[in-house]
Every structure is written in C-alpha cells, then in structure tokens.
Design a protein around this ligand. Sequence first.
Ligand code: NAD
Length: 348
Amino acid sequence: MFEDLIRAWDGEEVAIHYDHPSGAWMFVCIHSTKRGPADGGTRMRVYDTPAEGLADAMRLSEGMTLKMAAADIPFGGAKAVIAVSKLPEGDERRRLLLSYADLAASFGGNFHTAPDMNTTSADMDVIAERHRYVFCRSIGRGGSGDPGPFTARGVFHGIRASAARVFGSADLAGTSVLVQGVGSVGARLADQLAEAGARVLVADIDAERARLLAQRIGAEVVPPETAIELECDIYAPCGMGATLNAQSIPRLRCRIVAGSANNQLAESEDADALGRAGILYAPDYVINAGGVIGSWGTESLGWDADTIEARLAGIGNSLTEIYERAEAERSSTNAAAERLARARLGAA
Ligand code: NAD
C-alpha cells in the first residue's frame, strides 16, 4: 500500500518511521524544494490505517507547495503526519515528539516545520530541542507563537477583496458574514468583522465558545448543523475542511465563500459547481496563507510588523488578480489560483 502511494505521488522524498513503543507511524513528505527548503506543519491524528496518514501527508504537502508559491514566499512544500492510535499526553507525548524530532532533523535544513492539527506551540518547543528548523515555538522560547492571529488578519483582507469583487465595495458595514468555527482563527476574524460593522453570525459545535464570543462582540449564534443553509452575504468556513461538496453546495445561500479552513473543497470539481451557482470562491490556500506569512516572515525573513501587515493585505490583492484571471480564462477561481502558483513554480 505504501509503495503504490509513493510511486503515484509527484513529490520529491518520503521518510517513514515506525515508533515501536507506541505503534505510531511517522511520515515526512517533502513535496518540492524548487523555491527553497520544504516547509509544512506536523499533524498528529488518529487514522483508520497508516496508509491514510501517508496519503494525507502527501496531499497536504502539495498544498503547502502551492500555498508558498501563491504567497510568493521563498520556501517549498512539505508536511509531516504522526499517525497515532490515541492522542498522547504527558511524558508519552514528549517521548514521541522527541523521537519525531530526530526524524525531522535527519533532513537537516531541508525540512522546516510548525504546528498543525493537534499540535501546538508547546509541542514545537519540544521538537526544537532536537530539530533546529521549527516555527511557531512559544513566544517565551523565542518563537512567534500561535499563527492564528496572522491567519485571521489575512482572511479579513481576503474577505474585503472578495466583497469588492461581488458587491462593488470592500466596506463590510451591514454585510452579513457567517463564521463557521470560532477557534483560534474564527474568533479573531469575527472580532475584526464586527469592528468593521458587519452583521456577524457565528456557529460552533462548542456551543459555549460560540455563546461567549457572540456576547462579547455582539454577534448572533446560529445552530452548527444547519448554519450553511442560512441566508448571508459571505460564508467563512473556519472549522473543518471539505464543507463544500455535491450535497452542501446546492444548500448554500451566500454570494461568497471565503474562510480559513484547509481543503474546503471535497473534490476539485466542486469549484466549478460553486461558479455555476454564482458563488465566488476564495481558494483556501491563498486566503489562509496569513499564518505562514506572519510566522515565517517574523522568524525567518526578518520582516517587521509593517511589512507583515502589507503582505497580509497582499492576500486581498492576490485574490483580486485570481478573480480577474478566472473571469478572463473562463475557469474556476481554484483553477486560476493553481495556474498562478504553478507558473511561479515553473519560474523558480
Ligand atoms: P481551532 O481548532 O482553534 O478552531 C476550530 C473551531 O472549529 C473549534 O472551535 C471547533 O469547535 C470548531 N468546529 C469544528 N467542527 C465544526 C463544525 N462542524 N461546525 C462548527 N464548528 C466546528 O482551529 P484553527 O486554528 O482556528 O483553524 C481553523 C481552520 O483553519 C482549520 O481548518 C485549520 O486547518 C485552518 N487553518 C488554520 C491556520 C492557523 O493559523 N491556525 C492556518 C491555515 C489554515
């Protein structure tokens, strides 16, 4: 199974490690080093089979290559997955992370990592004990901490650019925006939207989290199960991926989809279905690049706060360019974004 997956993949290198004491599998997939060292988060997750973890790492690493190219950041794409049978805690988590750090370090400077699903800045502090190239360590340990605020800021700029495209103005006053998932990114995005005068609707499977946020910023809580059927101007998925699929798209009653979630489209054809439904789609890896811009910019590229804010605002400009290209090429916005990123890869 591993062999078939690796042969069918177009990336550069895969390392596989089996951690005997815990039964965890570790996969580091280096998709592309064409634009620079390969960077990507470390995801820890329970999968039905180890092969699913490998397939996830391969797919996500390609997404990182495109994200870095679309954001015009001089790094390539990678991803690591630690496939566990149960999320470890305490000493066992530390032991596993150190073992993983040795694997990551075996790539030298060619693999840089950061938090992803189920890993945190505190985990990055542990990995950094043995691997030099780790982003988003805790601020107290000299890192840039949680990338969520940067990501939220980039999504905010992306939403403004998308509103300008559809409604003729980037001013969000009076515009209704549904934020689905109000965690690290979604809560901060909702904050900025409320400040900009938007009518903010929030949905989260953690009802208490949604209630507290709504109370603080004057938003309206909507039930998570039926949230996407709500009539609103903009739907911002900031929870889990694959919310856009053949079943959900006909139920959408918005004009724009623009949120932080990774892998929002279940299938690439879903981008065409959104276009046919008259819904503008902000490609996920373009609009959610703020975390990479902020963390990599601060820690590796020497950017100051003004430069980072300008680059985050640049996400809006990139989306505007992608929307114009999609119209001119009569393609989906997703296809236009991929062509832009691949052109940069070709030029690297
Ligand atoms: P998080 O775990 O802090 O928050 C996710 C929130 O979504 C939680 O409050 C959770 O309860 C909620 N949620 C989960 N399933 C839901 C559902 N079905 N309906 C409604 N709410 C649901 O995660 P985050 O860091 O805020 O990231 C959000 C999304 O953005 C993820 O898909 C992540 O991969 C993506 N992303 C995050 C960053 C970043 O910097 N944190 C960068 C790029 C992409």
